[in-house]
Ligand binder design. Structure first.
Ligand code: BEZ
Length: 225
């Protein structure tokens, strides 16, 4: 019991807005470091295990959105607690069954080094497999979004693309995006920070429901590539 508490205490807490921890790992594309991808957006995602049904549908899904991600300067990196040989055999099986090539590197994290670094092992779900995590890391290696799904629910690829579009749009235009936003929709003007700015807000030509909830159209419609 004491030992467990000590391990949990040592686990770094990842926080949005902070630098993602760098690592070196063995992958299906050879050795990589996270910092090799500095200057690109990275989606580091984990799956519980090779040759399992939900993970297979997700790998097909990630491969299918890869071209759209590349257009947005995003590099996918997969991870599971499986060997490189297992990854290679599964990737070959996916090609055989679905005609789909997995174009991104997949980390063979047998010692759980990267999984523990990023908090991908959730013992309530499994002590030997990663849950379904998605870490979005920006070109300066800052952690910008985290999604965690349980082992029995596959992720939504369109939501992952939408998240990238929303983050890139927010950065480019210094705006925020409302619930269910998709590229082409109006965006939210950042709320005024002072009373004086709040007074002015309603005269600035935005579509306002009230001073704190104003939207505008983007002159160039997203996506941003
Ligand atoms: C699946 O992806 O289907 C799966 C993964 C781990 C355990 C059971 C099922």
């Amino acid at each position: 019991m004491e030992e467990k508490e000590e391990v949990e205490e040592k686990r770094p807490l990842l926080r949005l807005g902070e630098k993602a921890p760098d690592f070196e790992a063995v992958t299906t594309h050879g050795k990589i470091r996270l910092s090799d991808f500095k200057g690109k957006w990275v989606i580091l995602f984990s799956h519980p295990a090779d040759f399992t049904p939900v993970c297979t549908t997700e790998f097909v899904g990630f491969a299918q959105i890869n071209d759209e991600l590349v257009k947005r300067n995003v590099q996918l990196i997969g991870l599971s607690i499986d060997s490189t040989f297992s990854h290679i055999a599964w990737i070959r099986k996916i090609k055989e069954l679905f005609g789909i090539t997995i174009p991104f590197p997949v980390i063979a994290d047998l010692d759980m080094k990267v999984a523990n670094l990023f908090g991908m092992i959730h013992p309530g779900e499994s002590t030997t497999a990663a849950v379904r995590c998605v870490f979005v890391i920006d070109p300066e290696m800052k952690l910008r979004a985290m999604i965690y799904y349980p082992i029995n629910v596959g992720r939504n690829m369109q939501e992952i693309l939408r998240l990238i579009d929303a983050l890139q749009t927010a950065d480019k235009y210094k705006v925020a995006t409302p619930a269910n936003w998709k590229p082409g929709d109006d965006v939210i003007v950042l709320p005024p920070a002072t009373q004086e700015a709040a007074e002015k807000r309603l005269q600035e030509g935005y579509e306002c429901i009230d001073w704190f909830l104003c939207k505008k159209k983007l002159s160039t419609q997203s996506p941003n590539f």
